[in-house]
Write a protein that binds this ligand. Sequence first.
Ligand code: E4P
Length: 216
Amino acid sequence: MKFFIDTANLNEIKEANDLGILDGVTTNPSLMAKEGIKGQDNILKHYVDICNIVDGDVSAEVIATDYEGIVKEGEALSALHPQIVVKVPMIKDGIKAIRHFSDNGIKTNCTLVFSAGQAILAAKAGATYVSPFIGRLDDVSTDGVDLIAQIAHIYNIYDFKTEVLAASIRHSMHIVKCAEVGADVVTCPLKPILGLLSHPLTDIGLEKFLADHKKA
Ligand code: E4P
């Protein structure tokens, strides 16, 4: 399973990358705004800065919602750096654009996916990744991890090459549950990744080993 970090914060990306477990980055317009990245030139430069930290796929989201606009914006994003994956919303023109990008060798991440039907369309269009948002489903009393399992099962039956990228992850157990049901990738903020490190018995055990070593 691949680990992506879901942030536009360069320090957090560096910290996760330094752990040696990072396979890529996802961003979205909200995450860019949170870091105060404004203006087209600054946004494009920020994507390149991210690519220069991590050796892996970096999702950059289009703002356009019409086919021509998505294609134009996506091609410009893709030309920025070989690691860029064009993130396209799950809408009718988005699916058409994903087909265009796929036919032209441009990697895509189909975002804002909330149902298996949407995930089937993304795979049929040739998306590189499909991003079901599990935390936002949990927020409305629908089990997000169940959707990951359903999509992974369907993709497996038909041998779809699209990778299931579990997104909108809120806590460490989401990561473990997604691993259990066969997500290809998880993307989440730094905190749930670091949360995987912690166990009180590890802390207690280490404290005792160090204390015993001092006695020896
Ligand atoms: C995925 O690519 C999105 O950027 C992200 O995971 C959305 O997460 P949120 O629901 O916490 O905003």
